[in-house]
Design a protein around this ligand. Structure first.
Ligand SMILES: Cc1cc2nc3c(=O)[nH]c(=O)nc-3n(C[C@H](O)[C@H](O)[C@H](O)COP(=O)(O)OP(=O)(O)OC[C@H]3O[C@@H](n4cnc5c(N)ncnc54)[C@H](O)[C@@H]3O)c2cc1C
Length: 371
């Protein structure tokens, strides 16, 4: 088993890609190993909303990190686009969060009925919210506008990151599932793949999204990751029906700049089943129709689903795995992995290279769950 690289990253999603690019830019040799195709997991399925806390209920440590993530996005994406020539359509459209009248008839579950905390943005009356988005003809009671929130064409993100890193020397292995982490004497020496090949590296970063839990478990490491299924659908629209991203509880409407209107989403704990169901689509449509009556008459463009990597305390696992020298994890970003990609890449590179533990990482250290 010869040592190929300083660092081996497991997982070719936005998180693995962001870490690989950060490490390559700092002059390390890096290999990235992906079970299937690059960027076809949650990073592809996501809605692409860059909003630090649209629910008002995230743990504070997550919101702080997501704010740092959003602040990093403009320069990070500009450099990525420059290096790859790929457009990622980063846009600060702003996010309008609305809530509905709890006494309105036929309210589906999971629409927001309570005003959001003041931190969610500038408070608007129902009339002001409708003046911004006239299509919201349902029983809206008020809204909050966060003008700096943004969106990005997320399916292009992981491929762009890995292309940028590959241009600077990243070695990429696709269709290569990692089946075990190799360790002896408390030191991680590399990984074994499904074909039985052993790949050695100076250190390993586990960034396999929702699959990080089972992979860690196969090496005796307790790292609970919950695959939260999210379903989405897209309508073809003749013109952009909204100027802003619109949220109402679990409902999200994202007007892509030149394309469909994305509508989501569900939050389901159904294991590793990433199929679309009629029940899921019905749930999404019922919510959307209640605040935008008639939306369901638009032509359906497509449907899809993905698995968010959730954790029991809604904070990602970021940092060294205790008891294993040279093994790191960056997984469990839940509903925030796209906004958190740049800051995750930066903070993980600093930990791996300089052992520099940013205070933002402390609540996210995996030692809170790993024995
Ligand atoms: C419907 C939906 C909407 C979302 N909306 C947003 C949003 O608007 N904003 C936001 O910030 N976030 C959003 N998210 C969350 C975001 O998509 C995730 O947090 C993020 O993509 C996680 O990135 P990742 O790289 O950790 O995981 P993934 O993108 O899933 O990548 C993990 C990769 O690891 C690979 N892998 C798995 N097992 C192995 C193995 N054994 N060996 C090698 N490779 C392996 C997989 O094939 C996959 O490519 C959404 C998610 C969903 C599903």
């Amino acid at each position: 088993m010869s040592r190929l690289s300083d660092i081996l990253v497991v997982g070719g999603g936005a998180i693995g890609g962001a870490i690989a690019w950060s490490l390559i830019k700092r002059g390390l040799t890096v290999t990235l190993v992906e079970a299937g195709r690059i960027g076809r997991g949650a990073s592809w399925a996501a809605a692409g909303v860059l909003a630090p806390d649209w629910s008002g209920h995230d743990p504070e440590a997550l919101t702080v990190m997501a704010e740092a993530g959003l602040a990093a996005w403009p320069d990070w994406v500009a450099e990525l686009e420059d290096r790859t020539g790929l457009g990622l359509s980063f846009r600060r459209d702003g996010l309008l969060n609305v809530w509905v009248d709890p006494d309105a008839p036929h309210l589906p579950h999971d629409l927001a009925t309570e005003p959001l905390p003041a931190a969610a943005g500038q408070r608007l009356s129902a009339a002001e919210a409708r003046a911004l988005e006239p299509a919201l003809t349902g029983p809206i009671l008020g809204g909050a506008l966060a003008p700096a929130d943004a969106q990005v064409d997320n399916p292009r993100l992981a491929p762009a990151l890995i292309r940028a890193a590959a241009d600077q020397g990243l070695r990429v292995l696709v269709d290569t599932p990692v089946t075990a982490l190799l360790g002896s004497g408390g030191v991680c020496r590399g990984v074994r793949t499904a074909s039985g090949t052993e790949i050695a590296a100076g250190a390993v970063v586990l960034a396999a999204g929702a699959w990080s839990g089972p992979l860690a478990a196969s090496s005796g490491i307790h790292l609970p990751v919950i695959p939260w299924r999210g379903q989405m659908l897209a309508f073809d629209t003749p013109a952009r029906p909204f100027r802003h991203i619109v949220f109402c509880g679990e409902l999200v409407l994202i007007p892509r700049p030149h394309g469909p209107l994305l509508v989501g989403t569900t939050l389901e704990n159904v294991g590793f089943d990433s199929r679309v169901t009629l029940a899921g689509l019905h749930q999404i449509l019922a919510r959307a129709e209640r605040i935008v009556p008639g939306l369901g008459d638009l032509p359906l463009a497509r449907t899809w689903a993905g698995l968010r990597p959730g954790t029991p305390d809604n904070l990602p696992y970021l940092g060294p795995i205790p008891g294993w020298d040279g093994l790191y994890v960056a997984a469990g970003h839940g509903r925030k992995g796209i906004i958190l990609a740049p800051i995750t890449g930066e903070l993980m590179a600093r930990v791996i290279l300089d052992h520099d533990l940013d205070p933002m990482l402390e609540p996210c250290l995996p030692q809170r769950v790993v024995d």
